[in-house]
Design a protein around this ligand. Sequence first.
Ligand code: HEM
Length: 330
Amino acid sequence: MASAARNGGAATALMVTVAVLALAATGNAQLQHGFYKGKCNGADVEAVVQSIVKARFARENPIAAYLLRMQFHECVINGCDGGLLIDGPGTEKTAAPNLSVKGYDVIADIKAELERRCPGVVSCADIQILAARDAVALAGGAAYSVRTGRRDRRRSSASDVKLPAPEYTAQQTTAYYGRLGLSAFDTVLLLGAHTVGVTHCSVIKPRLYSYGGKAGATDPTMDPSYASVYKKYVCPNVASSDSNVVFLDDQWSALKVDNHYYRNLQLRRGVLACDQNLYNDGSTRWIVDLLANNTGLFTSLFPQALIKLSEVNVLTGTQGEIRKVCNKFN
Ligand code: HEM
């Protein structure tokens, strides 16, 4: 028994090592730690970002979820380039899946403060990544260091926005992130972002009432007791319930970055089908199990996946521009 436990421990250690090595791929060589040091008239750029995020979090802690989701919707479309922030007809922001993205005002507040201190220096793309980083730590995740030096792209088009769908299979989800250079392990870590925040009944009703396109069918991979609570109390089958809020983790853990999301998947309590499918599929289940069964592992590895995401297809050097305000090109 003891030796089986020891072997189990060794196997876990090996899997963790493999996973960490897989995460260690390098991103854009021109990004640097502390890129803004000495460039903002004596101000500490990262401290300015952190103080504004912290003040907002104190008033409104769902801001952590908003900023985390913003990083995802920003970085997977043409890279982390501030494209999501642009206002106007036909921009990324106007694409259907982006209509429920929030947190733009915090980015604008940070930008205004930094422009006051050192005009034309700090990109909106970097502000998004720094703000999401600070949000993770404020919500109970690890503090981590990110490289900066991103520039803002002079392009933002709704037609570029191709985001994964909530009913994606594990294969579809890992293939989507694979195209961005992220591994299956990174993918399972990234969806752990659903440890915070909410969705709406309109998104999960197909799982409850018309699974597989069949009227009346419920997703059999959802814990039946949870399905019946959703049906009865949270998302009754009437149109007026569409905008009701559903916690992506559960309401006790929905504001906290922790591994509870993975434990829910083991219990078939994933809220979105794409979450639960990570457990239903053997190719990703072992990763869910690893993160669910090792307290603290998700907290320590999540930053590495976020860092990888934050370095997808970035502009650096003299590419793009440093916007004066984040919602308009110069
Ligand atoms: C297959 C990939 C993914 C899909 C299909 C997906 C889908 C969704 C959906 C449908 C919602 C709820 C939207 C609403 O009802 O308003 C949501 C919320 C959220 N997503 Fe994802 N997501 C994915 C990956 C990610 C990633 C990679 C991150 C961040 C790293 C992320 C962070 C969040 C957060 C924090 C929320 C809660 C937002 C809030 O409370 O306002 N998601 N996601």
